[in-house]
Design a binder for this molecule. Structure first.
Ligand SMILES: [Zn+2]
Length: 408
């Protein structure tokens, strides 16, 4: 009996140690009416060749037969949302989920997985999530292909403790790193529903952003008031979120310091207003809060037009997608073009190569170029002429794997 067992163990271990023969990865050729490389270039009638998880060639005069012939479609890099909260959802009572609504952690995680799926199907192959410890498992399960979703870059829990000393905040940055955070998220100002004034002192912001830099982590800062943006930029933080009350001086300061700016002008506000009954009465989702958000839309839109006119300011794309907005992320791009006056090609660049640059991952994805991850989506029509084409995502490939192919 014992020797049989030993034999079985030996057989199992020899199986485990058997060299896995690399199967010759075959190439996938995707042809489309036009290819947008994500860096502002439009290549008509090109093919993109993918082997394994990587792009190997962009063939401008394609000769090889295509695996996918996307006639009537535009191929572009998978989109990047620099600010999405996948863990936010509406519970089965039709209310915004909070910690005390009775949902179990498993139920919450299933809702999060559904949000991740909806986001990927909408053409977003990478998202940055500020503020959820649950992201750690989500990131891993998606990365190994156990569940479908966009690549997750996460801050884990955000830093908002304005009562802590600079030293304690530095320690907290190191703890986030040890816990596996990719980025540090900071609240430098109050919510727009509470006026948006600066909440962290200049010293606290300096402590956090300099410690993060020393630890090799980027920093993204929630900041609405001009003062809170200015303090964050001077503290050496990398990315500013929202910035509804940014004035010309702070926009220029961000440009001068090479700080990425991620404003929102539409989807996040409109989504709250459309789903008011589901949020109403929870925390600062009250009459004043909703009035503040309604008022913010024209202010944010006007600020956005000034941001676009600020020379060298790197305006990236992030939606701040919350419950109700997942899978509709591209609506913010439509809005930036239609209401904010951004050119469609610039809007697309902001959500592809520039977004990857802000994540310090432009050498991995965000463009259609040889050697990068095969994150490719196809939309019906030409989004450089009609940005609403981004609503018609019919093909999604992430890391060389096709997740959606629903052409009529
Ligand atoms: Zn947010």
């Amino acid at each position: 009996m014992r020797s049989l067992l030993l034999l079985a163990v030996a057989a199992a271990s020899s199986l485990a140690q058997a060299p896995t023969m690399p199967t010759q990865a075959k190439s996938i050729v995707i042809h489309a009416d036009r290819v947008l490389d994500g860096r502002g270039n439009v290549i008509p009638g090109a093919s993109v060749v993918v082997v394994g998880d990587k792009i190997v060639t962009v063939d401008k005069r394609p000769s090889a037969a295509s695996t996918y012939d996307l006639k009537g479609y535009t191929l572009l890099p998978g989109l990047i949302d620099a600010h999405s909260h996948l863990t936010w959802y509406f519970n089965r009572q039709g209310r915004y989920h909070t910690g005390n609504d009775g949902d179990t952690p498993a139920q919450s995680m299933l809702s999060t997985a559904a949000n991740a799926y909806a986001t990927l199907m909408a053409g977003f192959t990478t998202i940055q999530s500020p503020g959820s410890p649950e992201d750690k498992d989500l990131r891993e399960w998606i990365a190994v292909g156990q569940i479908p979703g966009p690549r997750v870059i996460t801050s884990l829990t955000a830093l908002s403790q304005s009562r802590l000393t600079p030293d304690s905040l530095r320690a907290l940055v190191r703890k986030r790193k040890a816990d596996g955070a990719d980025v540090i998220k900071i609240f430098a100002s109050a919510s727009i529903r509470d006026g948006g004034a600066q909440t962290m002192t200049d010293e606290q912001l300096k402590a956090i952003c300099s410690e993060a830099k020393a630890q090799g982590l980027r920093t993204m800062v929630h900041a609405h008031s001009a003062a809170s943006i200015k303090a964050s930029v001077l503290a050496g933080c990398n990315q500013i979120e929202h910035g509804v009350f940014a004035d010309d001086e702070t926009l220029k300061l961000m440009a001068d310091r090479g700080v990425y700016f991620d404003p929102q002008i539409c989807l996040v506000f409109q989504n709250y207003l459309d789903n008011r009954a589901k949020y109403d009465g929870i925390g600062n989702y009250n009459a004043e809060g909703f009035a503040a958000m309604e008022k913010a839309i024209p202010i944010a839109t006007e600020m956005f037009t000034r941001a676009l006119k600020t020379p060298k300011l790197k305006v990236i794309f992030g939606t701040d997608a919350v419950a109700g907005a997942h899978g509709r992320n591209a609506e913010e791009l439509v809005c930036r073009v239609q209401a904010g006056g951004q050119s469609p090609i610039d809007a697309i660049t902001s959500a592809t190569s520039l977004g990857a640059e802000a994540l310090h991952m432009a050498d991995q994805f965000g463009s259609i170029a040889p050697g990068l991850q095969a994150d490719l989506i196809a939309v019906q029509g030409d989004p450089t002429k009609d940005i609403t084409a981004l609503r018609r995502v019919m093909f999604v490939m992430k890391g060389g794997k096709v997740y959606r192919n629903e052409r009529p």
